[in-house]
Design a protein around this ligand. Structure first.
Ligand code: 16G
Ligand code: MG
Length: 552
């Protein structure tokens, strides 16, 4: 098998990154491998091997390895692989990754040989692996293990050090398309986004109710460091005050905390009522907005809101350009029912629903000329196909276009430059939202007034085996255990505008329950009733959920 000696793979594994024989199997989940940091060294080493093989299978296109546990607590870490076009690892290779991680050290060499054979990999081909990590203190050690995996298979690597997950996606893609998307460096990335942002903003940084000031909750993660770097380039075009930049990652702060608890993070300075605030997660691929009004009430503007705001802005520009394009919004079952109604009835836009997990949304979104996809948790972006980009450029450069059409197409091209099309990107999404609010002259109250969210709740139920639950129809219908869906339907029917579903989590050992209804008290009861059902149908562990007192 050519110049690469696979004995090294085994020797490195045994001497440096050995797998404890007692460790149980783990799975490449919704967003890669994720668990306690001290159980991950052998996983990282093997992902270094796998990324090298994957790169060779593409004749040397760069493959990314991102070391992060995203919004999880500080003690966790994880790893996600990035495919050549900046997308998440293809499904068939997720299974290969799972198998590679679960073999013993002694079987590792044979498993690598098997992959090379089955995938017909030319071991003389070039291999390039791009490595990045978040701010967790154990990330540098784990990155060494990834690098040793690359070295064992004689690949080349580039360390990007501490970067956001979406930055690494951008670097991989920009490199592989030979700079056509942007310069694959941190400076190149910041420059691309900031240049477009400043041009769209013009010289007036304020407009109507839009004020040039916001608080940025960086989740004590990499997002806060990078936002400081953005600030240096923005030079006041956006007055963004970076908070939560050096405490425990995701601890009582960040987008996941804010969305799940429906309350503000700790660590923000006292600010006047209605101050615009934004929270990102630990690796800065999710973003949500929020504010506290003059009565002290907390208001959240989540991924559903961001999707509708972006879609309405892009539709307006497309129509001003005078071109016909098929724009669609992609959501998951977690999208608030009110947002789906608003998209269908007010925006008159196509809306699709896919299973949870960004890759599912991304794949659906690329079916549209312009696909806007967001999970309610704030993870999402916009994708444009090549014909769309060509059509917009043609409008800009055509002598037949009016000045208004040229202006709109110019704005669209700049908006596309702000967007990181490879994956959800908190900072890029935020710059786009700021651009839109600025152009509309809106504060967060104006944005909130577009529609009223239905009260909703998410709960977790611990059961003996979460895999007894099986779902279909984008996770909205439970097909196992038998009879479960009929009982959910009966409970949901009792409540005005009731909707609920259950699904096993892809990242935690729990079953998730989602409920919404017209009334906030009703939603608590519906969620509790469904949680009780889950508990009873599947041997719940710990305390049985109870129905709130007032409804008994
Ligand atoms: C991961 C996914 C996120 C999804 C979440 C669901 C990526 C990059 N991240 O964080 O999209 O919403 O898992 O978690 O795909 P759950 O299965 O535990 O509910
Ligand atoms: Mg994340």
């Amino acid at each position: 098998m050519s110049s690469v000696n696979l004995r090294t793979v085994y020797a490195f594994a045994r001497e440096m990154h050995s797998k404890n024989a007692n460790i149980g199997p783990i799975q490449y989940g919704t967003a890669g491998f994720r668990t306690l940091h001290d159980r991950l060294e052998y996983v990282m080493y093997r992902m270094g091997l796998l990324a090298t093989l994957r790169s060779r299978s593409f004749s040397g296109s760069a493959i990314g390895v991102m070391i992060t546990a995203s919004h999880n607590p500080e003690s966790d870490n994880g790893v996600k692989l990035i495919d050549p076009m900046g997308e998440m690892l293809e499904k068939s290779w997720e299974d290969i990754a799972t198998d590679l991680v679960n073999v013993s050290d002694d079987d590792l060499e044979a498993e690598v040989t098997k992959i090379v054979k089955c995938q017909e990999i030319d071991m003389n081909a070039n291999a390039n692996v791009y490595i990045g990590w978040d701010t967790r203190y154990h990330s540098p050690v784990l990155s060494r293990a990834v690098m040793n995996g690359v070295i064992a298979l004689k690949g080349n690597m580039k360390e990007y050090g501490i970067v956001t997950t979406p930055m690494l996606h951008y670097f991989v893609y920009s490199h592989n398309v030979k700079g056509a998307y942007g310069v694959p460096t941190e400076a190149g990335y910041i420059n691309k986004l900031v240049t477009a942002f400043k041009q769209l903003r013009g010289d007036n940084y304020e407009n109507g109710n839009y004020k040039n000031h916001l608080l940025f909750d960086g989740a004590n993660g990499v997002g806060s460091l990078k936002m400081l770097a953005f600030n240096r380039k923005l030079e006041g075009a956006l007055q963004c005050v970076v908070c939560n930049s050096n405490g425990k990652i995701n601890y009582e702060c960040g987008a996941d905390f804010v969305k799940t608890n429906q309350k503000p993070p700790t660590g923000l300075p006292i600010a006047p009522a209605n101050t615009r605030c934004v929270s990102v997660d630990g690796d800065a691929d999710r973003v949500v907005y929020f504010f506290i009004d003059e009565d002290g009430k907390f208001h959240l503007l989540d991924g559903d809101r961001i999707a509708t705001l972006i879609a309405s802005y892009l539709m307006k520009l497309v129509s001003e350009c005078g071109v016909k394009l098929n724009l669609g919004i992609v959501q998951t079952a977690y999208a608030n029912g009110a947002s789906t109604d608003y998209i269908k009835n007010e925006l008159n836009v196509n809306v699709a629903c896919t299973p949870t997990g960004v890759k599912h949304l991304h794949h659906k979104a690329i079916e549209y000329d312009i696909g806007v996809y967001f999970e309610a948790n704030g993870h999402g972006t916009v994708v444009f196909n090549q014909q769309t980009k060509d059509l917009i450029s043609k409008t800009l450069n055509s002598d037949d276009s009016t000045d208004d059409q040229k202006q709109a197409s110019n704005d669209l091209i700049l908006a596309i430059d702000i967007i990181n099309e490879t994956v959800g990107d908190a900072i890029s999404d935020m710059l786009l939202v700021e651009t839109i609010l600025h152009s509309k002259g809106w504060d967060l109250k104006d944005w909130l007034a577009t529609y009223d969210d239905l009260p909703n709740l998410q709960q977790k139920v611990k059961v003996k085996d979460r895999n007894v639950f099986e779902t279909t129809d984008a996770k909205r219908v439970c097909v196992k255990p038998e009879g479960m869906q009929d009982q959910i339907n009966m409970l949901v029917k009792k409540y005005k505008r009731g909707r609920a579903f259950v699904r096993p989590s892809g990242t935690e050992d729990v079953v998730r329950v989602y409920a919404e209804a017209a009334d906030a008290e009703d939603v608590k009861c519906l969620a509790a009733e469904i949680s009780m059902l889950v508990y009873d149908m599947a041997n719940g562990v710990g305390e049985r959920p109870v129905i709130p007192q007032q409804k008994l």
